[in-house]
Design a protein around this ligand. Structure first.
Ligand code: ADP
Ligand code: MG
Ligand code: MG
Length: 902
């Protein structure tokens, strides 16, 4: 008996559909949905899908096919021919097909598609005879040659465009649609010359040859540069490859009763529930998106063909009801008849995500869980980006000078500078800077970091500038081809306007609009409502945000705290929904004003008396800070970490400041220099820091604990609900922890006595030294909470410091032949290494103290993938910087959902 071989091809067509919507991994999103749309009775041209497994095989075997694939394709082609009563490339009754790519996750425009395949001089004549439309047939043929040449054979697209343009010019024609048969024949003649010049071959006539060559090209496009970059940027991993869809052609280029279009079932920019789309009559394929002619908006289709428009509106509803999400669809009208060519979940801005999901919940289309699950946590922050003041744009009638790509959202306004260095200097003078570059490179990062906004003349949505700006949350408009920069003269020109260095520019990263004038920015509407500067009733965005966050809170089980060192940060974080402070770093309180001087005095003191004197100067300042933080956090826990960094970080390192300090403290410069060299460490990260400072100088700990408890009591007296949690950093041995804890308790009891009032408190530790993780059961005997300091824990577990890893770590993560780490271990926790330690320490901690509170306070605490991990381990909370709190809340809810599902 013959062994059952693997199935690589799935047919779709009336009554014969083999694939289904749940086969996206195998058939790609496009293929699965073509099958699905066929099944629910929508008008889809029939065809077949070659699986992603075939692509994976092709990939691994340097272009080889799995056994039987070729035969299977031929068999399906025959099936299609039979269904259509036509034959591929036939000279009597020709069938033409499209060959389309499509992976499991949609990657619009990243891979390749060829239309009108099967045309050759014979089938061309047959097509003319059959349709009686000579112009259409020639137009289809010239498109096929162009696409096959470009996609399959790598003939530069620009070469074809040049030919097309010159024929248009020679004949005084502006648009493609104005070319007549003779013109098209001329184009084709020249196309074939171009083709031969670049490939050394005649343009192929054999339809089967055309077909298999194109299938190979689509497989190959899985690994073209664009596609690889897109996957990297969007963190798309673990897919097999692209599927290939071979589908009967329908023609939008058969004259004025034909056309093609793309539409969204809701507005992909705002999320509004209205039909959104564009179409062009007498056009094919990507004409609509290629900007050859300006497309019409979808609502005007009702004047052109009311029946088709009504049918489309009906399909819009059918699709949303069927897929329960906003769809992005492609359609073609052939001589008044509508065909559906694609549907997929629409890509959209975060604003559109928010509104569409909230409205779908209210329409009863989806559950709250579904809404929460879908909204991309990584992008959530864009809701909070500042915006240009639209009212002023309207009032002053500001004109858009040029429009580029909306590469990173938000509004920005400032003075223009043309180099990173100039930008940094201007920013240092306190100016708002817009950095304008031809394009940016890694050397420009410093300049970008200080800029309010970035503009580039070249470069697309995945250019350096765009990627970096998005990462920084800095508004960016890229690819402004109409801006010409003269770096030497320090000027730019844009559509006849000249600007010099220091002139004002405003950019809208949501739309790509660039203005050559000053337009003020204002906080996002959400921030305005939270701040009380805008009424809730005036902001639909805020209303949707509030509803959405109420779903989030219903679903999530982990707490989200914030890392905040100042009352201002704490205030901000609480507005954004923080449920406590997970990390309050006290060292930041020692900078600024005279504090640093007292701190230096303390460090330079050579006896305990002098040190205590300096500490007593610091005490009231610390107490004041803590008091204000307790007030902000009324009712919420505040974890305060005792002094952590090595002392030398507080001493002046340039000679001017050393002289000043010497003068202020009445000591000699030499004394300072001596102390500095004494404190010098070869590897400060592993040096005299953390609880080691408290062990050697317990008076520092005593002062800090006193400040915390006195502040707490003061706030409590005034009616605030205070929940201080004292955290000892860098513990490695339980004895270290106990030493510090005992000292702290001694001080606390003394303060209680002095004040005649007590407050509840907790004492716990950071787990950031591997030894602490390994011996967590010992430590948990006395520690009431653990907070995983995953930055240091990562450094010490992996054996490299974050500041020194740049030279190799990028390769470890990104080089396709390496990828030793799945993600940057400083951004996403290294699950198998550092994560294993965290898991172990959590388990050990709970084994001796079942109710121990567990949290994470490293940079990782705001990373959605790490948050999912924390949910898995069962941590009580994550803590992250204030501006990441909303992301973390959303990610925590998403983690709760996937845990429940698992
Ligand atoms: P992408 O994945 O980049 O969207 P597609 O495979 O959807 O690429 O195809 C590109 C264009 O060609 C789209 O406009 C699509 O609608 C059109 N197209 C694809 N197949 C056909 C077909 N069989 N008949 C008519 N137009 C088609
Ligand atoms: Mg395409
Ligand atoms: Mg498409």
């Amino acid at each position: 008996m013959k062994k059952e071989s693997k199935k690589y091809v799935y047919f779709f067509g009336k009554g014969m559909t083999e694939g289904s919507a749940d086969m996206k991994a195998l058939l790609g999103g496009k293929g699965a949905n073509l099958a699905d749309m066929t099944s629910i009775g929508l008008p889809v041209p029939p065809g077949f899908t070659i699986t992603t497994e075939a692509c994976a095989y092709f990939d691994q075997h340097k272009g080889g096919y799995p056994e039987g694939l070729r035969d299977e394709v031929i068999a399906n082609l025959h099936k299609l021919e039979k269904l259509m009563g036509a034959k591929l490339g036939d000279k009597e009754n020709p069938l033409l097909v499209s060959v389309r790519s499509g992976a499991a996750q949609s990657m619009p425009g990243m891979m390749d598609t060829v239309l009108n395949l099967g045309l050759n001089p014979d089938s061309l004549q047959a097509l003319i005879k059959k349709t009686g439309n000579e112009r259409f047939a020639w137009d289809s043929y010239r498109r096929f040659i162009q696409m096959f040449g470009d996609v399959v054979m790598g003939v530069p697209h620009a070469e074809f465009e040049r030919v097309l343009q010159s024929v248009k010019d020679e004949n005084g024609k502006k648009f493609d649609t104005e070319l007549d048969v003779e013109n098209l024949k001329e184009v084709i003649k020249r196309y074939k010359i171009v083709y031969k010049k670049f490939t050394g071959e005649e343009f192929p006539v054999d339809p089967e040859y055309q077909l298999f060559k194109t299938i190979d090209a689509v497989f190959n496009s899985w690994n073209n540069e664009r596609a690889i970059k897109y996957r990297l940027m969007n963190d798309i991993r673990g897919l097999l490859g692209t599927a290939v869809n071979v589908q009967c052609m329908v023609f939008g280029n058969m004259g004025e009763t034909s056309g093609t279009g793309v539409a969204f079932t809701r507005d992909p920019s705002s999320g509004e529930n209205k039909f959104f789309g564009e179409y062009l009559m007498n056009a094919q394929g990507e004409d609509v998106v290629a900007g050859i002619r300006t497309p019409q908006t979808i609502d005007t289709l009702k004047n052109v063909n009311p029946e088709v428009y009504a049918q489309l509106c009906e399909i819009r509803e059918t699709l949303e009801k069927h897929y329960h999400d906003m769809q992005d669809l492609e359609f073609t009208i052939q001589e008044g008849k509508l065909y559906m060519l694609q549907t997929r979940n629409g890509k959209r801005t975060i604003f559109s995500w928010l509104r569409s999901q909230v409205e779908m919940v209210e329409e009863g289309l989806i559950s709250k869980e579904t809404a929460v699950e879908r909204v991309p946590a990584q992008e959530f922050n864009k809701l909070f980006a500042p915006i240009l003041d639209n009212k002023i744009i309207r009032d002053l009638n500001c004109k858009v000078a040029t429009t580029g790509l909306n590469a990173s959202p938000g509004g920005a306004c400032g003075q223009i500078y043309f180099t990173a260095k100039a930008a940094e200097e201007a920013a240092a003078e306190g100016k708002d800077v817009i950095l304008v570059r031809e394009e940016t490179s890694p050397e420009d990062i410093g300049g970008m970091a200080v800029s309010r906004g970035v503009v580039t003349c070249r470069g697309g949505m995945t250019s350096h500038a765009a990627v970096v700006a998005r990462g920084m949350g800095c508004p960016c408009v890229s690819g402004c081809g109409e801006i010409h920069v003269d770096e030497i003269k320090k000027t730019l020109t844009v559509n006849g306007v000249m600007l010099s260095e220091g002139d004002y520019m405003a950019i809208d990263g949501f739309t790509g609009a660039v203005y050559t004038q000053k337009i003020p920015v204002k906080p996002s509407e959400i921030m305005q409502v939270l701040d009380g500067t805008m009424r809730e009733s005036e902001s639909l965005l805020f209303q949707n945000y509030k509803k959405f966050m109420s779903y989030v809170n219903e679903i999530k089980t982990m707490g989200v705290r914030t890392n905040a060192d100042t009352p201002k940060d704490a205030h901000h974080a609480v507005l954004l929904g923080a449920e406590g402070i997970g990390l309050c770093r006290t060292e930041h309180m020692f900078f600024g004003g005279n504090r640093i001087l007292s701190m230096r005095k303390m460090i330079l003191a050579d006896n305990i008396g002098a040190r205590e004197q300096a500490l007593s100067e610091l005490l009231p300042m610390q107490r004041g800070d803590f008091y204000n933080i307790f007030k902000e956090l009324n009712g919420l826990p505040v974890t305060i970490r005792l002094l952590d960094p090595p002392l030398h970080e507080f001493l002046p390192n340039d000679s001017t400041t050393r002289h000043e300090t010497a003068l202020q403290l009445g000591i000699s410069v030499e004394e300072i220099a001596q102390k500095i060299s004494k404190l010098h460490e070869f590897n400060p990260m592993l040096g005299f820091r953390g609880c080691r400072l408290a062990v050697i100088y317990p008076e520092i700990l005593a002062m800090q604990v006193r400040a915390i408890i006195e502040a707490a009591i003061q706030a409590k007296r005034e009616g605030y609900d205070v929940k201080p949690e004292i955290m000892i950093p860098l513990v490695g041995i339980y004895k270290e922890f106990n030493f510090c804890r005992d000292k702290a308790i001694e001080v606390i009891n003394k303060v209680f006595d002095e004040q005649g009032l007590k407050v509840a408190y907790k004492i716990g530790t950071m787990i950031e030294v591997p030894r602490a993780a390994i011996t967590a059961d010992e430590i948990a005997k006395t520690a009431e909470f653990f907070s995983f300091g995953t930055n240091d824990l990562t450094q010490m577990t992996c054996g490299f410091s974050r500041d020194d890893a740049a030279s190799f770590l990028g390769h470890y993560v990104n080089d396709p032949d390496k990828q030793f780490y799945e993600y940057d271990p400083f951004a996403t926790i290294d699950f198998d290494g550092v994560g294993k330690l965290v898991k172990m320490a959590a388990g050990l901690g709970r084994s001796v103290r079942p109710d121990i509170k567990l949290g994470i306070c490293g940079e990782h605490g705001g990373d959605p993938k790490t948050i999912a991990f924390c949910q898995e381990v069962g941590l009580n909370y994550v803590s992250c910087s204030p501006f990441r709190v909303p992301i973390a809340r959303l990610a925590a809810a998403q983690a709760a959902i996937s845990k429940k599902k698992a």
